[in-house]
Design a protein around this ligand. Sequence first.
Ligand SMILES: N[C@@H](CCC(=O)N[C@@H](CS)C(=O)NCC(=O)O)C(=O)O
Length: 244
Amino acid sequence: MSGVNEMSASLTLVSHHLCPYVQRAAISLAEKGVPFERLTVDLADKPYWFRRISPLGKVPLLIVRHDGEETVIFESAVILEFLEETQPAPLHPADPYARARHRAWIEFGSAILAGIGRLYSAPAEAAFLTEAAALSAMFDRLERELEDSTGGNGPYFVGSSFSLVDAVFGPVFRYFDVFDAIGDFGILAGKPRVAAWRLALARRPSVEAAAAPDYPDRLQAFLLAKGSHVSALTHRRGFATPAL
Ligand SMILES: N[C@@H](CCC(=O)N[C@@H](CS)C(=O)NCC(=O)O)C(=O)O
């Protein structure tokens, strides 16, 4: 391993308050005990410097200053792999077969995030219900995977050791803490292993610290402004846009 920090590198994670892809990188850095600075950008009004260095106009970016140079890494999966290659405390298994499986379930986590985006953007109830059913089926598949991988013993994806798959799913479940306050979407119902995993991840200090305490208020405000079926449900629950 070439230790980036040993070469007196400094790391900046370019972030957004709500972004789950940013959170997975923050969780990895916290688990590895690597100091980093967090720089939050307004995605609704992207600063020029950000547009210049972010090829897709997206967060996260990891800016690594090393040896008088600056390297900008984009795409959260690539950032996670870079941290595995350059920082201590591996969060991937050593065995290549197990590592491939973990990478695949990280992709699955990203597919769930895409489904969550479609769910809260669905304009009307019919599309919302279709997306909720699709998500429920994905979590059913995950329930079966947890049974195979942990023998039902958890609390993490592979038993007692925290891995990058856990870092990816912590931010996934964070959405559901806010969804549950809006209504019963039924997506996680009847999945005891998923429920236990969600609870264990919520209690993990790195996962807890990956979003600010005002995250639920910010997410509610974001959902209210969507003009979607979930916005209507949020209104109906009596949530008003909080002053942030
Ligand atoms: N595949 C990307 C997805 C990152 C992504 O979608 N980021 C969102 C925020 S969560 C973003 O920056 N969107 C740009 C925008 O809203 O204009 C990754 O894994 O890093």
